[in-house]
Design a protein around this ligand. Structure first.
Ligand SMILES: *[C@@H]1O[C@H](CO)[C@@H](O)[C@H](O)[C@H]1NC(C)=O
Ligand SMILES: *[C@@H]1O[C@H](CO)[C@@H](O)[C@H](O)[C@H]1NC(C)=O
Ligand SMILES: *[C@@H]1O[C@H](CO)[C@@H](O)[C@H](O)[C@H]1NC(C)=O
Ligand SMILES: *[C@@H]1O[C@H](CO)[C@@H](O)[C@H](O)[C@H]1NC(C)=O
Ligand SMILES: *[C@@H]1O[C@H](CO)[C@@H](O)[C@H](O)[C@H]1NC(C)=O
Ligand SMILES: *[C@@H]1O[C@H](CO)[C@@H](O)[C@H](O)[C@H]1NC(C)=O
Ligand SMILES: *[C@@H]1O[C@H](CO)[C@@H](O)[C@H](O)[C@H]1NC(C)=O
Ligand SMILES: *[C@@H]1O[C@H](CO)[C@@H](O)[C@H](O)[C@H]1NC(C)=O
Length: 248
């Protein structure tokens, strides 16, 4: 009999502790604590959530029945990953997303949500020149960004040698003519053409990697360039533009 007592005591104890654990999980308020989430604006189409379910604000409660939802059920979630508190979301399309964790206690299902935006598209810009122009020696250039590209300082043109609009050939940017037409989206600047060049070519191209969008996508060097063929004589001035053309 003496030999049987110990296992019995252990058994009673474990049943008791199991019951009290369940009771603790079920009677207290359950909260979800996110330990790992994507950035609010993310350039990743795959992301990981790590969370734990807490009882009354402290102590992990592994025993509750947890369900996870991606995009109100329209996204697929691996249920066993959800129960383990580490969920991988893959193949996320660009746009707004919502991840929900719903632990089921006796007081009902209380969900905690995390909202974020996926943006995998790098910012781009177009360059255009004013045609016709009134001043033969100054050409007005417009730059339009597809989205705000402010990470890293954004577009700047503080001097001829520190300008994100690169001018090659018979011309120079006039930095103090920089105008903001639409904050972070549209700018204009004058490019002064060489007054000595009778014939010449000016090639305008955006610098690369100088800014990022809110999701961290880098402005890439693109085929964005403008080739101006200038032909200046006493009576006529003409400007030909070849947007995105190959200047070689
Ligand atoms: C959790 O709840 C769901 C929905 O009621 C049920 O289908 C599932 O069996 C439950 N899982 C556990 C481990 O209790
Ligand atoms: C769910 O995730 C687990 C662990 O990562 C994995 O072993 C299992 O194959 C996954 N199930 C599905 C249906 O993808
Ligand atoms: C859940 O976690 C347990 C313990 O850490 C592990 O043994 C099990 O493989 C995990 N399951 C999944 C689906 O990740
Ligand atoms: C929550 O748990 C209760 C009891 O186990 C169950 O009846 C109910 O269906 C669950 N609700 C959800 C949404 O899983
Ligand atoms: C530049 O943008 C302004 C404002 O949208 C517009 O009035 C002007 O004509 C544009 N110039 C060129 C060269 O596209
Ligand atoms: C070109 O523009 C600059 C800056 O606005 C101005 O100082 C200069 O006089 C202009 N050049 C001509 C030839 O109009
Ligand atoms: C650049 O120009 C193309 C063709 O005209 C247009 O489809 C695109 O929206 C423009 N992008 C920006 C950032 O203005
Ligand atoms: C995505 O954003 C991170 C910063 O959040 C950056 O380091 C990384 O280079 C970006 N990836 C791409 C492809 O732009």
């Amino acid at each position: 009999m003496g030999l049987l007592k110990l296992p019995l005591v252990v058994l009673v104890c474990s049943v008791f502790s199991l019951l009290s654990f369940i009771a603790l999980c079920d009677t207290s308020e359950l909260t979800v604590k996110f330990l790992e989430t994507p950035h609010a604006f993310s350039n990743l189409s795959s992301t990981k959530f790590v969370f734990e379910v807490l009882v009354g604000g402290s102590g992990a409660c592994i025993n509750s029945n947890i369900t996870c939802k991606l995009d109100d059920g329209f996204g697929r979630i691996n249920a066993s990953q959800c129960e383990n508190g580490t969920v991988l979301c893959e193949g996320l399309h660009d746009g707004n997303h919502k991840f929900e964790v719903c632990p089921n206690g006796t007081q009902g299902v209380g969900c905690s949500s995390y909202y974020w935006t996926v943006d995998t598209v790098p910012p781009t810009a177009n360059i255009s020149a004013s045609t016709p122009f009134t001043n033969a020696l100054n050409v007005s250039i417009n730059m339009s960004f597809s989205e705000p590209c402010t990470g890293g300082g954004g577009f700047a043109c503080s001097s001829v040698n520190a300008c994100n609009l690169l001018v090659h050939g018979a011309g120079k940017v006039i930095p103090n003519s920089l105008k903001i037409l639409q904050p972070n989206l549209q700018y204009s600047v004058l490019v002064g053409l060489s007054s000595t060049a009778q014939y010449g070519r000016v090639i305008l191209v955006m610098d690369m990697n100088f800014c990022t969008d809110s999701a961290g996508n880098k402005f890439k060097e693109t085929k964005i360039l403008l080739s101006l063929c200038i032909s200046i004589d006493e009576v006529s001035t003409s400007l030909l533009t070849f947007p995105k053309g190959n200047f070689n």
